[in-house]
Design a protein. Sequence first.
Length: 130
Amino acid sequence: MTPQLSAAVRRKVTVASAIGNFVEWFDSAAYAVMSATIAALFFPDYDKAAALLATWAIFAGGFVARPLGAAFFGRYGDRLGRNRMLALTILTMSGATFLIGVLPTYASWGGGRAGPAVPAALRPGLLHRR
């Protein structure tokens, strides 16, 4: 038998879930909107279409990584508590977005290209909790 939750608890869970989803999708939308700028800064040797495709490929890697994040954070969410994992994933996603913003560009980094951007761009998928 499933225990019944009070209206206040249901409202709190709904608001927390909505905030978590908003942050997750805002982060993804920000990366998608900035993809043309990211392509120009991290892939200047490519033509514009190839640079944009390379940027989107890194972004797609985050969605491919979702099952890994779901398995990892789902398991620890069950053991340590979902509130802790939600807070951890939101903070880590925000930190990774910040790191993308402060990464050196191709002009200053040189031959490393977008190598450092890949782990930061994979974070939405790895941090997916479902």
